[in-house]
Design a protein around this ligand. Structure first.
Ligand SMILES: *Cc1c(COP(=O)(O)O)cnc(C)c1O
Length: 387
């Protein structure tokens, strides 16, 4: 007897990067010198004091047991202090902050906490695939909100059909944005708050890149603009901010009722975050003002190398004010997958085709600034000479 996977699992979209992954593996096996600008994973190590905090806490037997599902009070207190310092909003560590095993975990579990069969979640397209796929796994129906360049890659809320709005319970949005590197201004955030309240939609606002910003631009949070609302929950992450992608630490904050729903799902699935990682997280937030400006200077220099280099080759590239991505039109009349295949085969450069983030991503390519300046200069040279 063959055991079949669930219908919900079968609904997941096909994995589009199969061919590229295969070509990438082959290129590595052939000993070719790849410049990997594909994955959004910081290339520089976690800062030493954070590692030291982990090592110290790992030696203490008090941290070897199941952690509290709600996270350590010390971490929640530290997050509250950091948040107030950064966004000028006071959060109650008792019921307005929930630590997560990475923000992806919390984002995915939102669908299980709030969607019944055929309930709609509104998801950005192009977008981080978790919003769409977690909705499908939970039996809900994802509806795409196109992010178009002519709208600054912000969704046109007025274009969402009334029928869809009737069934919509969740809306996922992410600014500064992956993959488009777009930012949301205060006017849009205000419009979003009014809109979500009018239609009774819980906004899940993903701020994974809130600290990665340049040129004096500083992202604002939804809670900062609208105050505490019963229909807003934000997702924050240590991953990109502190070079801690592998550590699995983030948090949700906002409406206590939304957090309680999420916490109930989590308490039935995971059993808390290794406390040594939580102590390391406290250290990371403590060092925020030392670590982040330094990383941002580094990414800004890399951004300038790639953007200026591509512009010199005649590409029409927007210089991002935030995130470590450069999102730009494919400079040829071919699809994004074919273009990335060409980049890999001819220039040994790995980039991500826009189509992988949704159909409205077609025609674009995403470069992650996860190689040093010298390698990025080399990438520009190869594009110029070999493409
Ligand atoms: C990287 C990323 C995350 C994931 O963060 P974790 O905290 O590592 O789970 C969430 N959202 C977006 C848009 C991302 O790019």
């Amino acid at each position: 007897m063959e055991v079949k996977t669930s219908d919900n699992l079968k609904k997941l979209p096909p994995y589009l990067f199969m061919e590229i992954d295969k070509a990438k593996r082959k290129a590595r096996e052939d000993g070719r010198d790849l410049i990997d600008l594909g994955i959004g994973d910081p290339d520089t190590p976690t800062p030493k004091p954070i590692i030291q905090a982990l090592a110290k806490a790992a030696k203490d037997p008090a941290n070897h047991r199941y952690a509290l599902d709600a996270g350590m009070p010390q971490l929640r207190r530290k997050i509250a202090d950091w948040y107030e310092d950064r966004f000028k909003v006071k959060l109650d560590p008792g019921n307005e902050i929930l630590p997560l095993l990475g923000s992806k975990e919390g984002l995915a579990h939102m669908a299980f906490a709030f969607l019944d069969k055929d309930d709609v979640s509104l998801v950005p397209d192009p977008g981080y695939p978790v919003y769409n796929n977690a909705t499908l796994l939970a039996g809900g129906r994802p509806m795409a909100m196109p992010l178009l360049e002519k709208n600054g890659f912000l969704p046109d809320l007025g274009k969402i059909p009334a029928m869809v709005l009737k069934k919509a319970k969740l809306m996922f949005l992410n600014y500064p944005n992956n993959p488009t590197a777009a930012t949301a201004d205060r006017g849009f955030l205000k419009e979003l708050l009014a809109f979500s309240r009018k239609y009774g939609i819980l906004v899940c606002y993903d701020m994974a890149y809130s600290e990665m910003c340049f040129d004096g631009y500083v992202p604002e949070s939804l809670l900062q603009i609208g105050g505490m609302r019963d229909n807003v929950i934000e997702f924050h992450s240590f991953s990109k901010t502190f070079n801690m992608t592998g550590w699995r630490l983030g948090w949700a904050c906002g409406a206590p009722k939304a957090l309680a729903g999420l916490a109930k799902i989590k308490s039935n699935i995971d059993s808390g975050i290794f406390q040594a990682v939580q102590w390391a997280g406290i250290e990371a937030l403590e060092l925020h003002s030392e670590i982040c400006p330094q990383l941002n200077r580094m990414y800004q220099q890399r951004r300038d190398v790639l953007v200026d280099g591509l512009r010199e080759l005649g590409w029409n590239v927007t210089s991002p004010k935030a995130t470590f991505y450069v999102w730009t039109k494919v400079p040829a009349a071919i699809g994004s997958i074919e273009f990335c295949d060409r980049l890999l085969k001819r220039a040994d450069i790995v980039a991500t085709p826009g189509l992988g983030f949704g159909k409205y991503g077609e025609g674009y390519v995403r470069f992650a600034l996860t190689q040093d300046k010298v390698r990025l200069e080399e990438a520009v040279r190869r594009i110029s000479e070999r493409l």
